[in-house]
Design a protein around this ligand. Structure first.
Ligand code: PTJ
Length: 255
């Protein structure tokens, strides 16, 4: 793809598509990755393609809960690794927690490639930062290769996880989670923090805290909010979903 001018109104969207297309060719993504992304884009369009104040409050709440957790984990799939892998690594470095590659359409090849992609992103970030930050970035463990854990309540490959990661976590940040797994994780008593542009998805409605925002924007924002050391509050997740739906219904006023 040629250089897109900064003034192009669809620059971010075109770049995200190009990244996903390339990653698809390299075998990192699920076959339905583009369908999922297209659905996300449609909602993002209606949300004005920006992080709302309401989403920012949810991001801050997630940051607070991850910092207060005993065993926090950031779970990454194909789409989120490609779109927001670097942001996730920087956030995990501040929290001091591992990242687990945990995918819905699991194959050994995809697992290996996604783990390698995150390891290589760690190296790239480390080359750009000061010594102290470099140490915390390189200390972020990338889990997932060891499929020695199970999400109770699920059957088949979708129940596979790492014992040291998702299985023993009390707080799981899992952007773009599937509805069944979100329900299973909540039923296990874990706090499930999700990023989903669709405020009506089962995941969005089941999660403990839902960030209705695009994953790269949301995790980028989280890096900054983590540094403010926020405290968890008495969270009303229905309110945040209603606020997102209000933004969507107000989008007709933009015409
Ligand atoms: O890598 P895998 O094997 O784990 O598979 C990943 C996908 C995304 C293909 C898989 O989880 C899937 O099929 O997802 P769904 O059920 O289509 O759900 C995707 C949800 O994420 C939808 O509600 C979309 O609106 C939302 N979404 C898509 N892109 C983004 C997004 N939310 C935030 N940021 C995005 N960039």
């Amino acid at each position: 793809m040629g250089k897109i001018p900064d003034s192009h109104p669809r620059k971010a969207s075109l770049l995200a598509r190009a990244k996903l297309t390339q990653a698809g060719r390299e075998g990192l993504l699920a076959e339905s990755a583009m369908i999922a992304h297209g659905r996300g884009e449609a909602f993002d369009y209606l949300l004005g393609e920006k992080t709302s104040d309401s989403a920012k409050t949810a991001i801050k709440e997630c940051a607070a809960r991850l910092l207060a957790a005993k065993n926090p984990i950031v779970s990454m799939n194909g789409n989120t690794t490609v779109l927001a892998g670097k942001q996730a690594i920087r956030a995990a470095a501040i929290i001091g927690c591992p990242i687990e590659v945990n995918i819905y359409y699991r194959t050994p090849e995809r697992m290996e490639k996604l783990i390698a992609a995150l390891e290589s992103m760690k190296e790239k970030i480390a080359a750009e930062v000061d010594e102290e930050t470099k140490a915390s970035v390189m200390a972020v463990e990338i889990l997932g290769a060891n499929a020695d854990g199970k999400i109770d309540g699920l059957e088949g490959p979708r129940s596979i996880c790492s014992r040291k990661g998702i299985e023993s976590a009390d707080v799981v940040l899992v952007p773009l989670e599937d509805g069944d797994r979100c329900e299973a994780l909540v039923a296990l008593g874990k706090q499930v923090l999700v990023v989903d542009l669709n405020p009506l998805s089962r995941t969005a409605r089941t999660a403990t805290v839902t960030i209705v925002d695009e994953v790269a924007r949301a995790l980028g924002e989280m890096e900054e909010l983590l540094l403010q050391n926020p405290q968890p509050t008495d969270w009303d997740n229905q309110k945040t979903l209603r606020e997102a739906l209000e933004i969507i219904s107000d989008s007709s006023k933009r015409i």
